[in-house]
Design a binder for this molecule. Structure first.
Ligand code: 5GP
Ligand code: ZN
Length: 146
């Protein structure tokens, strides 16, 4: 390591930096209150950071939408914030929900979908399986409610 590098990190902060980097945390723009295991184990964070494949149907700076792997209707997208927010219960959700709804309206307009359902499952008791906030966008022929 160069002396320039040594000046930048103390032994302790350098070790922390490397540990977080190896865990992939530095690639995830998540709030500091979030635990490391929450982010590294999060399926939708991995999709948002292109570490897992998905069929993307919409993207902007803050929001990503992709096809649900087990569609409950002939059209079924999941609209997520790129930042990790666990669910509607989290206070940070209030700012991002309008952005998710706005993305849903843009997707519908772009794809010429005249009518659709928007749904949040909240908490295990509410049917939420993936702990990264997501808005279900359902249209066409129903299969089974998520
Ligand atoms: P929840 O029940 O948490 O509201 O909905 C989670 C949704 O994520 C389900 O509809 C499920 O089919 C979908 N899902 C789970 N794993 C994956 C995956 O790896 N990729 C995609 N595209 N969707 C997934
Ligand atoms: Zn996440």
């Amino acid at each position: 390591m160069s002396s320039r590098r040594r000046r930048k990190f103390s032994n302790k902060t350098f070790t922390q930096h490397i540990t977080l980097y190896v865990l992939g945390v530095r690639t995830c723009n998540a709030p500091s209150s979030l635990t490391i295991s929450n982010m590294t184990n999060c399926l939708f964070c991995k999709i948002a950071h292109r570490k897992l494949p998905s069929e993307i149907v919409y993207e902007d700076e803050k929001v990503l939408a992709f096809k649900d792997i087990q569609p409950k209707a002939s059209i079924h997208f999941l609209i997520i914030p790129k930042n990790h927010i666990e669910s509607i219960k989290a206070p940070q959700s209030e700012k991002v929900v309008p952005e998710l709804i706005s993305a849903a309206k843009k997707i519908a307009e772009e794809k010429g979908i005249a009518g659709y359902k928007l749904l949040f499952n909240v908490g295990r008791e509410g049917g939420q399986i993936v702990d990264h906030l997501h808005l279900h966008f359902l249209a066409g022929k129903p299969r089974q409610l998520p």
